[in-house]
Design a protein around this ligand. Structure first.
Ligand code: ZN
Ligand code: ZN
Length: 184
C-alpha cells in the first residue's frame, strides 16, 4: 500500500510522509530525527530544553542563497544534545565569514551525496547548532513543538511575504538586533 502523503486526520499522530531515500524517521514525546534527502545522514535531537534552545525564521541574505529559497526555518540545538543515528562521515562542511552580518564565521554542514544542508554553526555562538527545520522527519513538528517563535533580519524579508502574526520580529539578529514587535 502506498504511504499516506497528506497529514493524518488525528493531529496527535506523527506525520511521516515518504520523502527521499530515508523513510525510517521517527518521533516520540521527547525526541525526533532529521534526515537528509537521500537518507545517508540522520540526526537525533530533543524536543524541549535545555537541548532545544530556540525556533526561528531567518530572512538574512545568506540564508536566501544557502537555503535556495527566500528564507530559512531553523531551530537551535545545544552541542551535546545533537547526535547522529548514522552518516556523520557523509557530511562535508563549507565555512565563510565575508558576508555574514555579524562577521562571525558560519560553517554549513551538507550531505556529500545529496547536498542537503543539515545545520549551520556560528563562531559567535559556540556550542549551538542551527538545524534546518525542513529535514525534520515528523512534519507535524514543523507546526507543533518546533513552530518558529521569532523572525530575524526582517529588514531583508522578501516583499511578497508578510510577517507571521504573533512571532517576535527582529531587525538584525535575535541575539542583539532591534525588536520591532513582540511575540505572544
Ligand atoms: Zn543525503
Ligand atoms: Zn540567516
Amino acid at each position: 500500500m502506498a504511504p499516506t502523503q497528506g497529514p493524518p486526520t488525528d493531529k496527535s499522530q506523527p506525520w511521516l510522509p515518504l520523502v527521499g531515500g530515508g523513510n525510517d524517521g521517527w518521533s516520540t514525546e521527547t525526541e525526533a530525527t532529521a534526515t537528509c534527502f537521500c537518507g545517508a545522514v540522520q540526526l537525533k535531537f530533543p524536543l524541549q530544553g535545555p537541548g532545544l534552545v530556540e525556533t526561528f525564521i531567518c530572512h538574512c541574505v545568506d540564508c536566501r542563497k544557502v537555503s535556495v529559497s527566500m528564507f530559512a526555518t531553523n531551530f537551535t540545538i545545544a552541542d551535546p544534545y545533537l547526535t547522529y543515528t548514522r552518516g556523520q562521515d557523509n557530511l562535508t562542511a563549507y565555512a565563510q565569514s565575508r558576508t555574514i552580518a555579524t562577521n562571525n564565521t558560519m560553517t554549513n554542514y551538507f550531505c556529500k551525496t545529496c547536498g542537503t544542508l543539515m545545520y549551520r554553526a556560528s563562531s559567535g555562538h559556540e556550542g549551538l547548532n542551527a538545524v534546518r527545520m525542513g529535514v525534520v522527519d515528523d512534519y507535524r513538528l514543523h507546526e507543533g513543538k518546533l513552530r518558529p517563535r521569532v523572525e530575524q533580519f526582517v529588514e531583508s524579508r522578501v516583499g511578497w511575504l508578510l510577517p507571521v502574526e504573533g512571532m517576535k520580529q527582529f531587525e538584525g539578529s535575535m541575539w542583539g538586533g532591534k525588536v520591532l514587535a513582540g511575540g505572544v
